[in-house]
Design a protein around this ligand. Sequence first.
Ligand code: 5GP
Ligand code: MN
Length: 323
Amino acid sequence: MGSLELIVKEIQKWDNFILLGHVDPDGDCIGSLFALKWYLDSCNKSSLVLLAERPDEKYGFFGIEKSDYQLFADYQLTAMEGTCCIALDAGNIERLGEGKELAEKMFLINIDHHIDNPGYGQLNYVNPNKAAVGEIIYDLIKEDGTSLLNKRIATAIATAIISDTGGFRYQNTSAGIFKTMSNLMEAGIDLYEVNRAVFSNYHFSTIKLWGRALSSIKLAAEGKIAYLRIDQKALKETGAALDDSSGLVNYARDLKGVEVGISFTELEENIVKVSFRSNTDCPVHEIAAFFGGGGHPRAAGCTIEKDINQVEELVLQKVKEYV
Ligand code: 5GP
Ligand code: MN
């Protein structure tokens, strides 16, 4: 797994960094990337976050500046001498998307919490006991022994933690995380603001999409599986964006008696993103891995290139073997 101490020592050796996250970055990914970037700024090191798209406006509240990141489309993908690459929250190198090519050419530090991370960096710190990569970034800043935790960094870390623990409701929530949160609150975060940004503040079109998706919900395996779909038709007719469908899978998982919740999102015709959530014991990362994806035991995903009806059938067949 490598130790955090080694990561801190390695970071101290370099002056320039490129920071990469996973495709379709979530709150943990965005929060961790900018927390690390601003920490490196405080250490007088130069760093750049590279993203496929502008960060979702919902993370705007913690103060991301245009100069803090660059889009792959505007960036010359050349590996630079003397620059270290750090990958965050990406369970495998493919998950870096457009960043993969760059990561393969540079000295790469892989910091993650996915149990199935194969350790694709030159230096790896993968800790599946951490609920969020944001928690690891906090530990890393503490390990450095400096008191560089300002309100902006603390807010980004809190966003990461609150996103990946579902507001401290998931099994990954540890006693230690509350100690971390206590320190983040002392650093001045506005917990209400973070929760509101992560879990509410919806667009009207989002709720309309949710209405459509929720009315598609079905049960299988005597009520132990619940699944719903977000197809292109629903997306077009409600005017919602793909991002607006994230979180819907939780409603399937949250039904009484359900062990596995699944959402099928039609990204394009014959390309379906499948999200899995389980309640207590079904290792959904294994199911996702069977279809070429991965994730955590309680939250995982994959993308399958087939018609949505076929995908539903195939996936349900597999999940039934587990419940
Ligand atoms: P979500 O369903 O919210 O997209 O993802 C849930 C979890 O599964 C996240 O930890 C995410 O990193 C992981 N995950 C989602 N899709 C994929 C995928 O296609 N490949 C892998 N390896 N992990 C995924
Ligand atoms: Mn994460």
